[in-house]
Design a protein around this ligand. Sequence first.
Ligand code: SF4
Length: 122
Amino acid sequence: MLHPPHQSLQVAAVPQQRVPVGDRDQDAPWHTEAVCRRDEAGLFFAPSKEPTAARLAREAAAKRVCARCPVMVECREHALLQPEPYGVWGGLTAAERRVVLARRRRREVELKKAARAVAAAG
Ligand code: SF4
């Protein structure tokens, strides 16, 4: 797992997977514009033994931060591609990312099946 963007991306060696968005500096790594770079409230990662209600409230607060982040798309894709196993990234919790990844895998399988069917039909 790489360092999370929320605190240590300033020093982390994160792959520069960037998707051009708007007027952003296209030469800068996406995480330089992360609004969570200084997560002083500790919103993005669970402390140990966090009660469920507290976790849900913390994750909702983290998602509100993500919703106003200019690099949400890049962050989400980074977390899905790694994949990042913990924390809120790109507005998704780890559980939500697992669901997205499972959907992508199912879709890939369906597309391969469809391609084979088309090829077999000649
Ligand atoms: S989308 Fe959320 S987790 Fe990702 S960089 Fe922005 S604020 Fe941080």
